[in-house]
Ligand binder design. Structure first.
Ligand SMILES: NC(=O)c1ccc[n+]([C@@H]2O[C@H](COP(=O)([O-])OP(=O)(O)OC[C@H]3O[C@@H](n4cnc5c(N)ncnc54)[C@H](O)[C@@H]3O)[C@@H](O)[C@H]2O)c1
Length: 109
């Protein structure tokens, strides 16, 4: 027998929370910090990685790591990742449920 509270809570969760897999996450900065986080999260969520350097964005979209990192390279080669890189921060941040800032400390939005 499901209690009234449990039923209400379940209804609220169903109506207000999107599926875990549907979460959209934007990561600002694809350096050592940002690209590691983006790669890990992209195993389970839709991740948009934002950078200001076009060559980095292009490489990530072609699953070539712009930085030397054993695990990022391995994950790019072997894992199915829901990861897209872009120069268009405004649209990535607007659509995101969460934004991870991994840009330099003198970052200029
Ligand atoms: N690397 C570490 O071990 C470490 C540890 C603790 C804290 N941090 C902090 O984490 C942050 C990221 O560090 P990192 O080592 O990954 O730096 P990084 O220099 O390797 O990468 C930063 C990335 O951000 C991009 N960027 C710059 N301006 C941007 C903007 N406006 N929008 C989007 N992207 C932008 C750069 O092009 C670069 O690719 C820094 O603030 C750093 O101080 C780093």
């Amino acid at each position: 027998m499901v209690s009234f509270n449990t039923a209400i809570r379940t209804k609220l969760i169903r109506e207000n929370m999107r599926n875990f897999e549907d979460l959209q996450i934007a990561v600002a900065g694809t350096g050592y910090v940002g690209l590691s986080i983006a790669t890990l999260l992209a195993q389970h969520h839709k991740v948009t990685a934002v950078d200001i350097i076009p060559e980095k964005v292009e490489k990530i979209n072609n699953r070539i790591s712009p930085i030397q990192d054993e695990y990022i390279e391995k994950y790019f080669a072997e894992k199915e990742l829901n990861l897209t890189a872009t120069l268009d921060g405004a649209s990535a941040y607007k659509d995101a449920d969460f934004v991870v800032i991994a840009a330099p400390t003198n970052y200029d939005p």
